[in-house]
Design a protein around this ligand. Structure first.
Ligand code: Q46
Ligand code: ZN
Ligand code: ZN
Length: 315
Protein backbone atom coordinates (compact mmCIF):
# COMPACT_ATOMS: atom_id res chain seq x y z
CA UNK A 1 0.00 0.00 0.00
CA UNK A 2 1.44 3.36 -1.06
CA UNK A 3 0.81 6.89 0.24
CA UNK A 4 -1.60 8.69 -2.05
CA UNK A 5 0.34 11.95 -1.72
CA UNK A 6 3.98 10.92 -2.16
CA UNK A 7 4.04 7.23 -3.15
CA UNK A 8 6.14 6.19 -0.12
CA UNK A 9 5.12 3.20 1.99
CA UNK A 10 1.77 3.89 3.70
CA UNK A 11 1.42 3.38 7.46
CA UNK A 12 -2.36 3.60 7.51
CA UNK A 13 -5.16 2.73 5.14
CA UNK A 14 -8.54 4.32 5.81
CA UNK A 15 -10.99 2.26 3.81
CA UNK A 16 -13.95 4.56 4.49
CA UNK A 17 -12.04 7.47 2.95
CA UNK A 18 -10.29 5.27 0.34
CA UNK A 19 -7.11 6.94 1.56
CA UNK A 20 -3.69 5.48 2.45
CA UNK A 21 -0.95 7.75 3.82
CA UNK A 22 2.68 7.63 4.95
CA UNK A 23 3.64 8.79 8.43
CA UNK A 24 4.46 12.40 7.54
CA UNK A 25 1.36 12.86 5.41
CA UNK A 26 -0.89 11.15 7.95
CA UNK A 27 0.23 13.49 10.75
CA UNK A 28 -0.28 16.46 8.46
CA UNK A 29 -3.72 15.20 7.34
CA UNK A 30 -4.91 14.58 10.91
CA UNK A 31 -4.03 18.11 12.06
CA UNK A 32 -5.57 19.70 8.95
CA UNK A 33 -8.77 17.65 9.28
CA UNK A 34 -9.13 18.65 12.93
CA UNK A 35 -8.78 22.29 11.95
CA UNK A 36 -11.38 21.78 9.23
CA UNK A 37 -13.88 20.26 11.68
CA UNK A 38 -13.28 23.02 14.26
CA UNK A 39 -14.21 25.57 11.61
CA UNK A 40 -17.00 23.60 9.91
CA UNK A 41 -18.87 23.03 13.17
CA UNK A 42 -18.06 26.51 14.57
CA UNK A 43 -16.38 25.05 17.65
CA UNK A 44 -14.04 27.92 18.56
CA UNK A 45 -11.61 30.46 17.15
CA UNK A 46 -8.18 31.81 18.07
CA UNK A 47 -9.78 34.32 20.49
CA UNK A 48 -11.46 31.67 22.61
CA UNK A 49 -9.93 30.27 25.78
CA UNK A 50 -10.18 26.51 25.53
CA UNK A 51 -9.93 24.10 28.45
CA UNK A 52 -9.07 20.58 27.28
CA UNK A 53 -10.17 17.78 29.60
CA UNK A 54 -7.21 15.38 29.60
CA UNK A 55 -7.28 11.90 31.07
CA UNK A 56 -3.79 10.71 30.08
CA UNK A 57 -5.32 8.52 27.34
CA UNK A 58 -4.53 8.68 23.63
CA UNK A 59 -7.55 10.71 22.52
CA UNK A 60 -7.37 13.62 24.92
CA UNK A 61 -3.59 13.95 24.61
CA UNK A 62 -3.81 13.74 20.80
CA UNK A 63 -6.42 16.51 20.91
CA UNK A 64 -4.33 18.75 23.13
CA UNK A 65 -1.27 18.14 20.92
CA UNK A 66 -3.18 19.11 17.77
CA UNK A 67 -4.68 22.25 19.34
CA UNK A 68 -1.23 23.28 20.53
CA UNK A 69 0.22 22.76 17.04
CA UNK A 70 -2.59 24.80 15.53
CA UNK A 71 -1.79 27.66 17.89
CA UNK A 72 -5.04 27.75 19.87
CA UNK A 73 -5.11 28.99 23.46
CA UNK A 74 -5.65 25.55 24.93
CA UNK A 75 -4.85 24.68 28.55
CA UNK A 76 -5.38 21.27 30.13
CA UNK A 77 -7.47 20.03 33.03
CA UNK A 78 -6.66 16.71 34.68
CA UNK A 79 -9.10 15.39 37.27
CA UNK A 80 -7.44 12.99 39.69
CA UNK A 81 -10.22 10.53 40.52
CA UNK A 82 -8.16 8.57 43.04
CA UNK A 83 -8.62 5.27 41.15
CA UNK A 84 -5.94 2.65 41.69
CA UNK A 85 -7.18 -0.61 40.18
CA UNK A 86 -4.05 -2.45 41.33
CA UNK A 87 -1.76 -0.59 38.92
CA UNK A 88 -2.11 3.04 39.99
CA UNK A 89 -4.45 4.07 37.16
CA UNK A 90 -4.87 7.66 38.36
CA UNK A 91 -1.28 8.22 39.44
CA UNK A 92 0.12 6.81 36.18
CA UNK A 93 -2.24 8.75 33.96
CA UNK A 94 -1.56 11.92 35.93
CA UNK A 95 2.22 11.51 35.62
CA UNK A 96 1.94 10.97 31.84
CA UNK A 97 -0.28 14.04 31.48
CA UNK A 98 2.10 16.17 33.52
CA UNK A 99 5.07 14.98 31.44
CA UNK A 100 3.16 15.77 28.23
CA UNK A 101 2.41 19.32 29.42
CA UNK A 102 5.96 19.93 30.63
CA UNK A 103 7.52 18.75 27.36
CA UNK A 104 5.43 21.30 25.46
CA UNK A 105 5.46 24.09 28.05
CA UNK A 106 1.66 23.94 28.39
CA UNK A 107 -0.49 24.98 31.37
CA UNK A 108 -2.14 22.07 33.18
CA UNK A 109 -4.69 22.47 35.97
CA UNK A 110 -5.12 19.52 38.31
CA UNK A 111 -8.12 18.83 40.51
CA UNK A 112 -7.51 16.22 43.17
CA UNK A 113 -10.92 14.75 44.04
CA UNK A 114 -9.91 12.87 47.24
CA UNK A 115 -8.12 15.97 48.59
CA UNK A 116 -10.95 18.34 47.66
CA UNK A 117 -13.94 16.24 48.74
CA UNK A 118 -12.54 13.81 51.32
CA UNK A 119 -13.07 10.64 49.27
CA UNK A 120 -11.92 9.07 46.00
CA UNK A 121 -14.50 8.31 43.31
CA UNK A 122 -14.82 4.59 44.26
CA UNK A 123 -15.13 5.61 47.93
CA UNK A 124 -17.80 8.19 47.11
CA UNK A 125 -19.82 5.53 45.28
CA UNK A 126 -19.52 3.14 48.24
CA UNK A 127 -20.28 5.75 50.90
CA UNK A 128 -23.41 6.92 49.11
CA UNK A 129 -24.50 3.47 47.85
CA UNK A 130 -24.73 4.73 44.31
CA UNK A 131 -24.13 2.80 41.11
CA UNK A 132 -24.55 -0.82 42.30
CA UNK A 133 -20.83 -1.41 42.85
CA UNK A 134 -19.83 0.63 39.79
CA UNK A 135 -18.57 4.15 40.45
CA UNK A 136 -19.23 5.35 36.87
CA UNK A 137 -22.37 7.40 37.53
CA UNK A 138 -20.72 9.19 40.47
CA UNK A 139 -17.60 9.63 38.35
CA UNK A 140 -19.52 11.16 35.45
CA UNK A 141 -21.36 13.53 37.77
CA UNK A 142 -18.17 14.69 39.51
CA UNK A 143 -16.19 15.07 36.26
CA UNK A 144 -18.93 17.13 34.60
CA UNK A 145 -19.28 19.35 37.65
CA UNK A 146 -15.56 19.91 38.08
CA UNK A 147 -14.99 20.68 34.40
CA UNK A 148 -17.77 23.26 34.49
CA UNK A 149 -16.51 24.71 37.76
CA UNK A 150 -12.91 25.15 36.61
CA UNK A 151 -13.99 26.59 33.26
CA UNK A 152 -16.25 29.11 35.01
CA UNK A 153 -13.82 30.02 37.82
CA UNK A 154 -10.78 30.38 35.56
CA UNK A 155 -12.56 32.09 32.68
CA UNK A 156 -12.49 29.47 29.91
CA UNK A 157 -15.40 29.82 27.51
CA UNK A 158 -14.89 26.50 25.72
CA UNK A 159 -14.51 22.99 27.15
CA UNK A 160 -13.01 20.44 24.76
CA UNK A 161 -12.99 16.67 25.19
CA UNK A 162 -11.23 13.98 23.15
CA UNK A 163 -14.25 11.82 22.25
CA UNK A 164 -13.74 10.02 18.94
CA UNK A 165 -16.24 8.61 16.46
CA UNK A 166 -16.26 5.17 18.09
CA UNK A 167 -17.19 6.74 21.44
CA UNK A 168 -19.87 8.93 19.93
CA UNK A 169 -21.37 6.22 17.73
CA UNK A 170 -21.53 3.81 20.71
CA UNK A 171 -23.31 6.41 22.85
CA UNK A 172 -25.68 7.17 19.99
CA UNK A 173 -26.35 3.47 19.50
CA UNK A 174 -27.15 3.05 23.22
CA UNK A 175 -29.38 6.12 23.26
CA UNK A 176 -31.19 4.96 20.15
CA UNK A 177 -31.78 1.46 21.49
CA UNK A 178 -33.72 2.97 24.37
CA UNK A 179 -34.94 6.06 22.48
CA UNK A 180 -33.52 8.20 25.27
CA UNK A 181 -34.85 11.43 23.81
CA UNK A 182 -33.32 13.70 26.46
CA UNK A 183 -29.82 12.38 25.77
CA UNK A 184 -30.30 12.30 22.00
CA UNK A 185 -31.35 15.92 22.09
CA UNK A 186 -28.12 16.97 23.76
CA UNK A 187 -25.76 14.64 21.90
CA UNK A 188 -23.58 16.28 19.31
CA UNK A 189 -20.10 17.66 18.60
CA UNK A 190 -21.04 21.09 19.96
CA UNK A 191 -23.21 21.87 22.96
CA UNK A 192 -23.80 25.65 22.97
CA UNK A 193 -22.94 27.69 26.05
CA UNK A 194 -25.79 28.38 28.43
CA UNK A 195 -25.90 30.65 31.50
CA UNK A 196 -23.12 29.48 33.82
CA UNK A 197 -21.87 26.76 31.45
CA UNK A 198 -19.10 26.93 28.86
CA UNK A 199 -19.61 25.68 25.31
CA UNK A 200 -18.66 21.99 25.01
CA UNK A 201 -16.92 20.69 21.90
CA UNK A 202 -15.51 17.42 20.60
CA UNK A 203 -13.08 18.27 17.81
CA UNK A 204 -12.05 14.61 17.20
CA UNK A 205 -15.59 13.29 16.82
CA UNK A 206 -15.18 12.42 13.15
CA UNK A 207 -12.03 10.31 13.62
CA UNK A 208 -12.22 6.58 14.11
CA UNK A 209 -10.53 5.33 17.27
CA UNK A 210 -7.75 3.66 15.26
CA UNK A 211 -7.05 7.03 13.66
CA UNK A 212 -6.59 8.86 16.96
CA UNK A 213 -4.49 5.92 18.23
CA UNK A 214 -2.37 6.08 15.07
CA UNK A 215 -1.88 9.83 15.53
CA UNK A 216 -0.76 9.42 19.16
CA UNK A 217 1.60 6.54 18.30
CA UNK A 218 3.13 8.14 15.21
CA UNK A 219 3.57 11.42 17.06
CA UNK A 220 5.39 9.56 19.86
CA UNK A 221 2.94 10.69 22.55
CA UNK A 222 3.31 8.62 25.72
CA UNK A 223 -0.16 7.83 27.01
CA UNK A 224 -1.75 5.31 29.36
CA UNK A 225 -2.64 2.12 27.45
CA UNK A 226 -4.74 0.63 30.20
CA UNK A 227 -8.38 1.61 30.40
CA UNK A 228 -9.90 2.62 33.71
CA UNK A 229 -10.38 -0.65 35.67
CA UNK A 230 -14.09 0.13 36.04
CA UNK A 231 -14.67 0.22 32.29
CA UNK A 232 -14.60 -3.61 32.18
CA UNK A 233 -18.00 -4.92 31.15
CA UNK A 234 -19.33 -1.47 30.26
CA UNK A 235 -22.23 -1.49 27.82
CA UNK A 236 -20.42 1.01 25.62
CA UNK A 237 -17.62 -1.52 25.00
CA UNK A 238 -20.18 -4.07 23.83
CA UNK A 239 -21.81 -1.51 21.54
CA UNK A 240 -18.40 -0.65 20.11
CA UNK A 241 -17.82 -4.33 19.30
CA UNK A 242 -21.19 -4.56 17.55
CA UNK A 243 -20.50 -1.44 15.53
CA UNK A 244 -17.05 -2.77 14.61
CA UNK A 245 -18.68 -5.88 13.18
CA UNK A 246 -20.92 -3.69 11.09
CA UNK A 247 -18.01 -1.52 10.01
CA UNK A 248 -15.99 -4.57 8.93
CA UNK A 249 -18.75 -5.50 6.48
CA UNK A 250 -19.61 -1.96 5.48
CA UNK A 251 -16.68 0.46 5.75
CA UNK A 252 -17.95 3.90 6.66
CA UNK A 253 -21.14 2.62 8.35
CA UNK A 254 -20.21 4.12 11.71
CA UNK A 255 -19.52 7.52 10.25
CA UNK A 256 -22.72 7.40 8.23
CA UNK A 257 -24.74 6.41 11.31
CA UNK A 258 -23.44 9.39 13.26
CA UNK A 259 -23.47 11.98 10.51
CA UNK A 260 -26.99 10.89 9.52
CA UNK A 261 -28.11 11.57 13.08
CA UNK A 262 -26.57 15.06 13.03
CA UNK A 263 -28.30 15.79 9.74
CA UNK A 264 -31.67 14.65 11.10
CA UNK A 265 -31.19 16.93 14.09
CA UNK A 266 -30.29 19.82 11.85
CA UNK A 267 -33.49 19.20 9.95
CA UNK A 268 -35.52 19.63 13.12
CA UNK A 269 -35.65 16.28 14.93
CA UNK A 270 -36.14 17.14 18.64
CA UNK A 271 -36.18 20.88 17.93
CA UNK A 272 -39.43 21.67 19.80
CA UNK A 273 -38.48 19.66 22.87
CA UNK A 274 -35.12 21.47 23.20
CA UNK A 275 -36.87 24.76 23.95
CA UNK A 276 -38.93 23.25 26.74
CA UNK A 277 -35.80 21.83 28.40
CA UNK A 278 -33.90 25.11 28.23
CA UNK A 279 -36.66 26.74 30.25
CA UNK A 280 -36.64 24.05 32.94
CA UNK A 281 -33.10 24.84 34.21
CA UNK A 282 -32.41 26.91 37.30
CA UNK A 283 -29.39 27.75 39.47
CA UNK A 284 -28.17 25.51 42.30
CA UNK A 285 -28.19 27.61 45.50
CA UNK A 286 -24.89 26.07 46.69
CA UNK A 287 -22.51 25.95 43.72
CA UNK A 288 -24.30 28.24 41.28
CA UNK A 289 -24.32 25.77 38.39
CA UNK A 290 -27.49 25.24 36.35
CA UNK A 291 -29.55 22.21 37.30
CA UNK A 292 -32.90 20.62 36.52
CA UNK A 293 -33.31 19.45 40.15
CA UNK A 294 -35.80 21.52 42.20
CA UNK A 295 -33.29 22.50 44.94
CA UNK A 296 -29.57 21.75 45.19
CA UNK A 297 -27.92 20.10 42.16
CA UNK A 298 -27.06 16.39 42.09
CA UNK A 299 -23.36 17.11 42.67
CA UNK A 300 -23.97 19.19 45.81
CA UNK A 301 -26.32 16.54 47.18
CA UNK A 302 -23.66 13.89 46.52
CA UNK A 303 -20.97 15.92 48.29
CA UNK A 304 -23.27 16.44 51.29
CA UNK A 305 -23.83 12.70 51.56
CA UNK A 306 -20.10 11.98 51.18
CA UNK A 307 -19.25 14.50 53.90
CA UNK A 308 -21.86 13.05 56.24
CA UNK A 309 -20.61 9.50 55.64
CA UNK A 310 -16.96 10.53 56.06
CA UNK A 311 -17.94 12.29 59.31
CA UNK A 312 -19.65 9.14 60.58
CA UNK A 313 -16.55 7.14 59.72
CA UNK A 314 -14.78 9.46 62.18
CA UNK A 315 -12.35 11.08 59.78
S1 Q46 B 1 -16.67 6.71 34.33
FE1 Q46 B 1 -16.25 4.70 35.12
FE2 Q46 B 1 -14.89 6.05 33.23
FE3 Q46 B 1 -14.96 7.03 35.70
S2 Q46 B 1 -14.96 5.15 36.86
FE4 Q46 B 1 -13.55 4.82 35.18
S3 Q46 B 1 -14.83 3.83 33.62
S4 Q46 B 1 -13.18 6.84 34.42
S5 Q46 B 1 -14.99 7.15 31.33
ZN1 ZN C 1 3.29 10.50 1.88
ZN1 ZN D 1 -24.64 22.54 43.15
Amino acid sequence: MRCRKCGQKAVINMRHHKLALCKAHYLEWFVAQTERFIKKYHMFSADDRVLVAVSGGKDSLALWDVLWRLGYQADGLYIDLGIDGGFGYSSQSKALTQAFAEERGLTLHIVNVPAAYGASIPEMAKLTHRGKGKPCSVCGLVKRHEMNRIARDLGYNVLATGHNLDDEAAVLFGNTLTWAAGYLRRQGPVLPASPGLARKVKPLFRFYERETAAYALLRGIRYIYEECPFSVGAKSIYYKQLLNQLEAKRPGAKLQFYLGFLKAKEEGLFADAAEEVAEALHTCPVCGQPTTAPGKCAFCRLVERVEAAVGERGE
